[in-house]
Design a protein around this ligand. Structure first.
Ligand code: NDP
Length: 339
């Protein structure tokens, strides 16, 4: 793979995220192109390929995996399908960038990682937020001691689920619905990245505020305790129309506030506060989050470094989200099980 001038990416799933972000991010690289798409519906596959200038469309996974032009697959189907599609892709010798949550159970996610390791292919998780310059800068400032010892953090990630996405996320438990598997996994990955630590245990409460049905939650609030004792509060929702997102870290010598930073767009700003002085941190030129993620993935496939978010990062964010669900259901503090 090192010597191949252009990596061929095959899309497993004719999805919104592929259409709105990932196709452009893959084609923006000098060394990769989207060469094929697979949908479970042949007509949708064909239409999606035409609309997005993709040379080949398939409606059987095996056919896409048999395409010699496909080196890497990007899996963005509903969450229940990620396991089987990742294992099949690995067995076909394809590198895998899989969407979050990796799966619906820890055992399934670990099986995906094992299949990729066994096949010797690269696996990554598409946690886009750690690619944002805002989060990378907060991580650096904390590591450099700019706010002293970190005590607590807060993530505000309550948004309004766009009407075109008000489908399986709010009404199909079997597909991996709910705000925890959708958004809390991203909070977890971003907290792990910015604070450079893993989550030890969680408490949480969930609610339904008008969008989700059945037993599915559309709102969650809770607290994660990091392994080093830092407390991190999180609030995720599909139902909030009138608020911006944010990420705050409070330390002994200062605090950081990332405003409008829990987003797919390369935007937002970071304020550093020490005593009564508030300084807007110079972030330089922002880069598209997905373009950066694909660049790191292509590099990893060529033997240079790791994906921006590895398979193990995806396992850890899923493990934490599962603990949040358990904590909310039982009303008990729950230790995250990583194995
Ligand atoms: P979509 O609902 O757009 O697509 C999921 C699947 O639904 C597709 O694979 C497709 O099946 C089917 N589908 C899509 N459109 C239609 C339609 N018009 N009629 C019938 N079926 C349709 O999902 P998202 O793009 O929102 O999410 C996909 C995955 O990506 C999830 O795992 C999600 O968690 C993740 N995600 C990640 C984001 C990130 O920033 N990292 C952001 C958004 C989502 P088929 O392929 O068989 O045609």
């Amino acid at each position: 793979m090192q010597g191949k001038s252009s990596l061929g990416w095959g899309l497993i799933g004719a999805s919104t995220i592929a259409k709105e972000h990932m196709i452009a991010a893959i084609n923006a690289q000098s060394d990769s192109r989207v060469v094929a798409v697979m949908s479970s519906d042949a007509d949708r596959a064909g239409r999606f390929a035409t609309q997005n200038n993709i040379p080949h469309s398939y409606h059987a996974l095996d056919d896409l995996l048999a395409d010699p032009n496909v080196d890497v697959v990007y899996i963005s189907t509903t969450n229940d399908l990620h396991l089987a599609q990742t294992v099949a892709a690995a067995q076909a010798g394809k590198h895998v960038l899989c969407e979050k949550p990796l799966a619906l159970s820890l055992a399934d996610a670990l099986a995906m990682v094992e299949a990729c390791q066994k096949a010797g292919v690269v696996m990554g998780t598409n946690h886009h937020l750690r690619n944002a310059v805002t989060h990378r800068m907060m991580r650096k400032l904390i590591a450099d001691g700019a706010i002293g010892k970190v005590l607590t953090a807060r993530v505000f990630h309550a948004v309004y689920l766009p009407t075109n996405l008000q489908g399986w996320r709010i009404n199909q438990p079997g597909a991996g619905a709910g705000v925890v598997l959708d958004i809390t996994v991203h909070d977890t990955d971003t907290l792990r990245f910015v604070l450079n630590d893993d989550v030890d245990s969680v408490i949480a409460q969930m609610a339904q505020h008008g969008l989700a049905s059945g037993s599915i939650e559309d709102t969650v609030m809770g607290v994660m305790t990091m392994k080093n004792g830092v407390l991190a509060q999180f609030h995720d929702a599909f139902t909030v129309k009138h608020a911006k997102t944010g990420f705050q870290v409070l330390g002994t010598e200062g605090s950081l506030l990332g405003e409008d930073v829990m987003t797919q767009q390369p935007r937002g700003h970071v304020l550093l506060r020490r005593h009564n002085l508030i300084e807007e941190v110079d972030l330089g030129l922002p880069e598209n989050l997905y373009i950066r993620a694909v660049r790191h993935f292509n590099d990893a496939v060529r033997g240079n470094g790791q994906p921006a978010a590895t398979a193990e990062d995806g396992v850890k964010s899923l493990a934490t989200a599962l603990a949040v669900l358990e904590a909310a259901r039982t009303g008990c503090k729950t230790t995250v099980q990583y194995r």
